[in-house]
Design a protein around this ligand. Structure first.
Ligand code: GRF
Length: 205
């Protein structure tokens, strides 16, 4: 993560309840000053930083990130405000297990300026998308979405804050469901395991 970490904080708070079904094994960032590192430490998690500037190129950074993340053997990797694009190596190693949250209703307004682009376009409805990460930007299978209206007097900050208040809830709910019930991916569809479904938990891997 590389933002202010409010989505991460919502996950940390949810994980305090053993019934939530997930626990955070580590919090990582590409930046030393990411607020989420402090939040992670506050929640008793291990933290790590894998800086792009410590590596000769993007591919080397991507490999280092894969090794560091892989050492924790995570069932799920959640990009909660992580603003770097990971490479093919990372995506392939953890395919089906990397979740990203995006402040728009994909496939509308992908990319780092989603909220600004939404306002510039004049859209009346936007929202949040929780999706699996694949090799292209904000293009992986959708796990969950929730709509948020765009109000006449919205500016980027106001709209993003309103989106984030919905985003935190959707992310917590979705990650909890993925952890507790398991899921599978059929083409572009992500299907939560039903209680009667004999498909193994986390079989999307
Ligand atoms: C979220 O809206 C996320 O989707 C976007 O940046 C924001 C990060 O917020 N990529 P926070 O750091 O979790 O507060």
């Amino acid at each position: 993560m590389s933002g202010t970490g409010t989505n991460l904080q919502a996950l940390l708070d949810a994980c305090v309840d053993p019934g939530y079904g997930a626990r955070i094994v580590a919090v990582g960032s590409d930046r030393d000053d990411a607020r989420g590192l402090e939040r992670g430490r506050g929640g008793g998690c291990e933290t790590f930083v894998v800086r792009l500037s410590d590596h000769p190129d993007r591919a080397a950074w991507d490999r280092a990130l894969s090794v560091t993340v892989g050492a924790y053997a995570p069932d799920l990797i959640v990009f909660a405000g992580f603003m770097k694009i990971v490479g093919k190596g990372f995506v392939e190693r953890f395919r089906g297990r990397v979740v990203n949250t995006h402040p728009a209703l994909l496939p509308a307004f992908p990319g780092a300026r989603a909220v600004r682009d939404t306002l510039a376009y004049g859209a009346k409805v936007t929202g949040v998308t929780v999706h699996l990460v694949d090799v292209d930007v904000d293009s992986g299978p959708v796990v969950a979405q929730c709509a948020v209206p765009v109000l006449a007097d919205d500016d980027e900050e106001r709209l993003h804050e309103r989106i984030k208040s919905v985003e935190r809830g959707l992310l917590v709910e979705t990650v909890g469901l993925m952890a507790r019930r398991g899921y599978r991916v059929e083409g572009r569809r992500v299907l939560m395991r039903e209680p009667s479904d004999t498909y193994p938990s986390g079989a999307a891997r």
